[in-house]
Write a protein that binds this ligand. Structure first.
Ligand code: SAM
Length: 254
């Protein structure tokens, strides 16, 4: 965000109180994420409250969520795995008010944050805490799970490294540990035409190809940003036999 815009947000958050403004500016200068300092961030038209300690939703995620909205029927059922502040679930629910959108989250602080944002959040690991009666009925499962390769941590911006929680970022060696688990977890949720959307980076689509195939996913679509960087993958469940996963190589979803 441009410095002028950050300054405007800090000014607005201070509500005209000069002492408060000074303390907010000091926190920001020390590197604390802007959303923690002001208390919220905009995400796909939603104002998302973000408690200090909770991962700040990124605008780069918005394109994948737009795609999830396209795929979610008016009265459909969606799951947002690893919801953090609940931003993804909020945007889905806002766009599809008749649909049911449930979410999961491991970190109790983030769980409270998501619940405070009006999200139906279940505490626990990936799909584990979701009600048994919903399994096999989901139209869409979306996950912005931790996918930063442990070996890439040194290259993250200082603010991210020093402030944002490791639990939200660390995807293990290669960054695919949670992604692989999310692939398998989603097979217990989706119906036989449902779609899995995962935020990924680098060449993680290649690393996930085999596990997707083994888990019974069909056509794999890559979502790239305007620079051509991989941002997400989309995979349809249960339509094809193992061995038929292919990449249609499409560009960005939007
Ligand atoms: C990269 S953040 C994404 C948060 C949110 N989806 C967003 O885009 O703003 C990943 C989130 O996953 C949570 N998390 C980490 N491991 C988890 C697990 N095994 N099960 C559920 N949530 C987990 C973290 O606490 C964090 O809130």
């Amino acid at each position: 965000m441009a410095p002028e815009d950050e300054a405007d947000e800090l000014l607005a958050a201070s509500l005209g109180d000069e002492a408060l403004l000074e303390s907010l500016v000091l926190r920001r200068v020390a590197g604390e994420p802007l959303a923690w300092v002001t208390g919220s961030v905009g995400f796909l038209g939603c104002r998302v409250r973000v408690t200090p300690g909770v991962y700040v939703p990124r605008w780069q995620t918005e394109a994948l969520v737009r795609r999830a909205i396209e795929l979610l029927p008016e009265d459909g059922l969606a799951a947002d795995l690893c919801t953090g502040s609940g931003a993804v679930a909020m945007a889905l629910a806002r766009a599809r008010p008749k649909a049911r959108v449930v979410a999961t989250e491991l970190d109790p602080v983030a769980c409270r944050c998501a619940a405070g944002n009006g999200v139906e959040v279940f505490a626990g690991h990936l799909a584990d805490p979701l009600p048994v009666e919903l399994r096999g009925h989901f139209d869409v499962v979306i996950g912005v799970v931790p996918y930063v390769p442990t070996e890439a941590f040194a290259y993250l911006p200082r603010d991210v490294r020093e402030f944002e929680p490791l639990l939200a970022l660390d995807g293990g060696l290669g960054g695919t540990r949670l992604l692989e688990q999310a692939v398998w977890a989603s097979t217990t949720l989706l119906h036989l035409d449902g779609v899995l959307l995962l935020e990924v980076g680098g060449e993680q689509d290649e690393a996930l190809r085999e596990v997707l195939e083994g888990a019974g996913y069909g056509v794999l679509r890559r979502h790239q940003d305007d620079e051509g960087d991989l941002r997400g993958i989309e995979a349809k469940f249960g339509r094809q036999l193992p061995g038929t996963v292919r990449d249609n190589g499409t560009g960005g979803a939007q």
